[in-house]
Structures are given as C-alpha cells and as structure tokens.
Design a protein around this ligand. Structure first.
Ligand SMILES: [Zn+2]
Ligand SMILES: [Zn+2]
Length: 374
C-alpha cells in the first residue's frame, strides 16, 4: 500500500507549505510535458497529483491520517463520488484494491447480465379466476445452452480474461484539464464490462450462452384473481447470457365474462327475474350460485330492484381469508300478453282494489272474438 506522504516525500507532520513545495518539485520532474513517451513518469505524475489532492485539503488529510490504508470511506464519503472525483483518482493507481472504494461504486467486472423480464397473457374462464386453477402459458424465452453449460465458449475451451481491461470490466481514461488530471472509469467496450471474452464461441449459441426457445409453463392461478390481474413468477423469465440470472415472468390475466354473474370487486352480482304473482305473494327460488343451488326466499311484496345478499357466496379474497357475497337483484316480469282468463282475473282484481285502469278497448274485444273462434 503506497503511503501518500511517502509519495510526496514528506514527513507525516509536514506543514501545508512543505507539502506544496515538495509536490511542485516532484511534479516538475515527472510532468508528462517534460517526459514525453515516458509512461513511468506519467503514472508517477498521476500518483503524486492524487496524493496532493488529499494532503493539500485539511479535511481529506485528516481523514486519511485517521483511516490510513483501511477502508474508512463509506457511502457518505463526500469526496469519493462523482465523475473525476477522488474515487476515480484513487482507482487510477490503487486499482481494484482501492482502500477508499466503499459505497455504491462498482468494483470488479459486472458479471453476466441478468436475463430479461418477460410478459405473457393468459385467458381464464370466469369460474377459474374465482376459484383458482392451473393454466399453461406459452412464452418465447431464453434458456440455458447445455452444449457450453451457458459459458458461451466452445466445449473444451473456456472464456478468457479480457485483454483490454485485464478482467476488471472497467477502463480508465485520463484527461488533462485546467483543473488538473481527471481520470474517468468506464465500462470496457471489448467485453461489455463482463471482464471475460469468448475467443472460441460455442457453435450452438454463438457464444451467447443461451438459446431462444418456445416454452410452456404451468402457472398456479390463485383463487380470486380478476381481469387485469398480473402474476409475477420470479426467476421464470429469460435466463441471462453466459450463466446470468433469470429475469421474471409476468402473466397478465384476462377473464372471460360469465353469462349470469358479474364481478363487483369480490362480490358477485346476478339478476333474478320473477313473476308478478311471485313478487306479490312471495316464493322460494332454487337460485344458481357458483357453489351450486341455494334456496332463496322471496318474501311477499318484494319490489323490483330489491337486492338479496348471500353472505360468503362471492369471490374468495386473494389473501385467502374469506369470500365476498352474492348479490341477487330482483327483476319483476310484467306480462305484456295476457290470456283471456288472466286479463279477466286482473280486471276483477283491479275492480276489488278500486284501482283505476284503462278500460277494455275494441282491440280487446276483437282479440276476445278471435279467442272464441279458436
Ligand atoms: Zn452454447
Ligand atoms: Zn474488458
């Protein structure tokens, strides 16, 4: 571990002025302008510049003194972040062992990339969505290449360390600016940051380490999903190249409508048509529910639009705790065509009740005559 004071050839208790003088002296000696085509001098110049940047700043020097070569800079390191900041400068000569490199800065090769998230759609029957089911979905996805065991290298060969970045996945560029040297760290273009290159690619996957295939997955659909729900299947997406982890699979659910039932959140709603006489006199109906038939008592004098609630006969809650209700909305069928006897009875009823109704018209008599003829 290079000591910054040693680099600048000063004692640990050197004054700011002494450090400055010493830095200037060494910098003159090894400045790139004075040493063209001398990489040794250039790298020494970079080192002392970085050292001077620390030791000339009282706060940074104090921190360096306190933490030395141990990793004393954390996420909140005020000068370890930002392009061209101290972090990058340290990178340039401490390399991977940068003692100040804590925090969120990426160290080392990025490794094989994670696979893509995929999405697909499944169409469910209404009752399957209510009670849950298993369904198959077809996905065009990326799967492991078994021929190269996902390495991307031809069987018998292996990926090689990237010569451009020596396997670090990063390259550094040094720029001279009015502020001094700025060292930037970027992703290596030769290996895409992975630190390895494939010299002899696997012929099956052309070096990708994965293959595109159609796959059918069986999905467990929990009870209570609705149209528009999305299921996330972690790790069932495309596998990453060269052994990278798989992405996730999102299954968007479409639910077919039911001819009787409608969803209102976790309640089911259905209409029930009853006869005028049933509404007036009351009745008991064998009601179709999703759980089979239930007896529904319609009391005397039930009005049109009345709602009967059957507790717990609705859609199961997605959290598995309980179910919604079944709401039955009553519709009363008013007969528009009456047999002679029906009309006669109704008119007598109106008369008894004293209800004012439209009198019998000629059309009625003609219908009556017709009825008698038959
Ligand atoms: Zn392969
Ligand atoms: Zn590289």
């Amino acid at each position: 571990m290079t000591d910054l004071y040693e680099l600048l050839e000063v004692e640990r208790d050197a004054s700011a002025d002494e450090i400055k003088k010493s830095y200037r002296r060494i910098a003159r000696d090894c400045h790139p302008d004075a040493n063209p085509d001398n990489p040794e001098a250039e790298s020494r110049f970079k080192e002392i510049s970085a050292a001077y940047e620390v030791l000339s700043d009282p706060a940074k020097r104090e921190r360096y003194d306190r933490f030395g070569s141990t990793n004393g800079f954390d996420m909140s390191d005020p000068f370890g972040s930002g392009a061209g900041g101290l972090g990058d400068l340290f990178d340039s000569f401490f390399g991977m062992n940068n003692p100040f490199g804590g925090g969120g800065r990426q160290r080392g090769p990025s490794g094989p990339p994670r696979g893509e998230d995929l999405d697909t759609q499944a169409v469910l029957e209404f009752t399957d969505a209510v009670f849950g089911c298993q369904c198959d979905v077809d996905v065009r996805t990326a799967v492991r290449c078994d021929d190269c065991e996902s390495t991307g290298a031809r069987s018998g060969s292996a990926p090689e360390t990237c010569p451009q970045c020596q396997g670090s996945g990063h390259v550094r560029t040094v720029a001279q600016t009015v502020l001094g040297q700025i060292v930037r760290s970027g992703t290596c273009s030769a290996c895409g940051g992975q630190g390895q290159i494939i010299a002899d690619p696997c012929p099956t996957c052309s070096g990708a380490g994965r293959l595109i295939e159609e796959r059918t997955y069986t999905v467990d659909v929990p009870a209570g999903v609705d149209d528009g729900s999305t299921l996330k299947l972690a790790g069932r997406g495309a596998v990453g190249g060269r052994g990278g982890p798989a992405g996730d699979l999102y299954v968007r659910l479409r639910v077919k409508p039911h001819k009787v039932f409608e969803r209102r959140k976790d309640d089911l709603v259905r209409e029930l048509r009853i006869e005028l006489t049933q509404a007036v006199l009351g009745t008991t109906i064998e009601l179709e529910t999703l759980d089979g038939t239930e007896e529904l008592k319609i009391p005397r004098g039930t009005e049109h639009g009345k709602v009967f609630r059957l507790k717990g006969k609705g859609v199961p809650h997605l959290d598995g705790r309980g179910r919604g209700d079944l709401l039955t909305v009553i519709g009363i069928d008013i007969p528009s065509k009456l047999e002679f006897e029906e009309e006669d009875l109704l008119r007598r009823l109106a008369e008894v009740r004293g209800d004012k109704v439209t009198p019998v018209d000629e059309g009625f008599f003609s219908r009556v005559k017709t009825a008698f003829k038959n």
